[in-house]
Design a protein around this ligand. Structure first.
Ligand code: NDP
Ligand code: MG
Length: 380
């Protein structure tokens, strides 16, 4: 029986993780859960899974949760360090990091340092600080939940590190891929929130529409798989059936495929190196009919160029890009800036920032804080 803590249990990945656990009750026990504001939903999860510890990062709501769970043995943790506390106190073997944004970095570091398995959905942690997180981790201690990276991880089992020629990350292209470039400035948050193939949290859905999500995934892949930026290609594949590919030095290309369902990569991260049964939509190629591919348009979606820049140059660019993007996405959702201004302002902040080639954690956190302030100047 493995013990699991889920950071961000009320979100899209968190809920899918709990569904995987429901189906594998004899293999996993949930010992820790965390959320930010959805305290009533968290209370329901506590009643179903009976974890030893839960965390609520919004302190105003912790009293309500304590009152609702007063009859229960579960210990409630709140305050700034609550994610790190859950990692340690819940005595989990596996921590699923499914929080959104930079907030996940410290818990990722804590998990790896404590020698636990990190099932990582929160790609922002590696985008910001892959140079800090990866050297702390043993081989296969960080297991990808992101579907593309799970696909690459699975495909890599066909060869050795020095046999990799390149990886090909697939992208659905989001809702606007075929829109004429001059219409993108006018698209609304409601349009951007309608992703064609995946149902996800708001931030990643907007990131998928700008292709910033693919930029983050390029950087994530560079760190996870120890690749050069030149070894990472992106291809638009609207059906989201091939989740990514690895091309080896002999020209053999291994693709991982399946119906788009996040439970597949989540479950693989939990059960690795084993596989367990999972009830997924049938893989019916004649019904899918065709798989199509296009070259990504870097002019129409400049976020991708920023991803390559960050993967190539490293240093503080990842943290700066990520922080500026988090603020810009929120501003777009609040209708304070246009869709096209997300990437435009992020680029401006990257260009203005003080680049440090091999930053320590403190310098990374400083770059993050600086970028949040800097982009706010563009929004007023
Ligand atoms: P959601 O927005 O659906 O969920 C986010 C979770 O994090 C919620 O439980 C939320 O709590 C919690 N949270 C939000 N803010 C904070 C905070 N300040 N402190 C602590 N917890 C917080 O996001 P997703 O599940 O879509 O995405 C989670 C991560 O996984 C992201 O990094 C994303 O890029 C990545 N990912 C997601 C995929 C998907 O299919 N959704 C696919 C691949 C990667 P509350 O509900 O109370 O607000
Ligand atoms: Mg992905």
């Amino acid at each position: 029986m493995k013990h699991i803590a889920i950071l961000g249990s009320t979100g899209s990945i968190g809920k899918n993780t709990l569904q995987v656990v429901r189906n594998l009750k004899d293999k996993f026990r949930v010992t820790g859960l965390s959320t930010h504001s959805q305290w009533e939903f968290l209370a329901e999860q506590v009643e179903e899974f009976n974890p030893s510890h839960v965390a609520l990062s919004n302190p105003q709501l912790a009293e309500k949760l304590k009152h609702r769970l007063s009859y229960n043995q579960t210990e409630i943790i709140c305050g700034n360090n609550c994610l790190k506390d859950i990692v340690l106190k819940s005595k989990a073997d596996i921590v699923v990091s499914a929080v959104v944004g930079a907030i996940g970095l410290s818990a990722a570091i804590e998990t790896v340092q404590a020698g636990k398995i990190l099932a990582l959905a929160n790609k922002e942690a590696l985008v910001m600080a892959g140079n800090i997180v990866m050297p702390l981790a043993k081989k296969n201690q960080i297991l990808p939940v992101d579907s593309e990276h799970s696909a690459i991880f699975q495909a890599l089992q066909s060869g050795k590190q020095n046999e990799i020629k390149r990886i090909i990350i697939t992208a659905s292209g989001g809702p606007f891929y075929d829109f004429p470039a001059d219409t993108l400035a006018g698209v609304t948050p409601a349009q951007a929130l309608k992703h064609p193939t995946w149902r996800m949290g708001q931030k990643i859905t907007i990131d998928s529409a700008t292709l910033m999500n693919k930029a983050l995934e390029i950087i994530e892949a560079k760190w996870l798989f120890n690749l050069e930026a030149e070894q990472i290609d992106v291809v638009i594949h609207p059906q989201s059936i091939i989740h990514s590919m690895v091309e080896f030095c002999d020209g053999s290309v291994i693709a991982q495929m399946g119906m788009p369902d996040m439970k597949v990569p989540i479950q693989y991260a939990l059960t690795y190196p084993e596989r367990e049964g999972l009830n997924v939509e049938p893989f019916d190629l004649p019904r899918i009919e065709s798989l199509t591919f296009k070259k990504p348009d870097l002019e129409k979606f400049p976020a991708l160029k920023l991803g390559y820049l960050a993967a190539r140059e490293g240093g503080t660019i990842g943290a700066t890009l990520n922080a500026a993007n988090e603020i810009a996405v929120q501003a777009f959702l609040e209708k304070k800036i246009r869709f096209t201004e997300i990437s435009f302002f992020v680029e401006k902040v990257i260009n203005n920032h003080r680049f440090i080639k091999d930053p320590c954690l403190e310098e990374i956190l400083e770059a993050d804080a600086w970028a949040r302030q800097e982009i706010k100047k563009c929004l007023t």
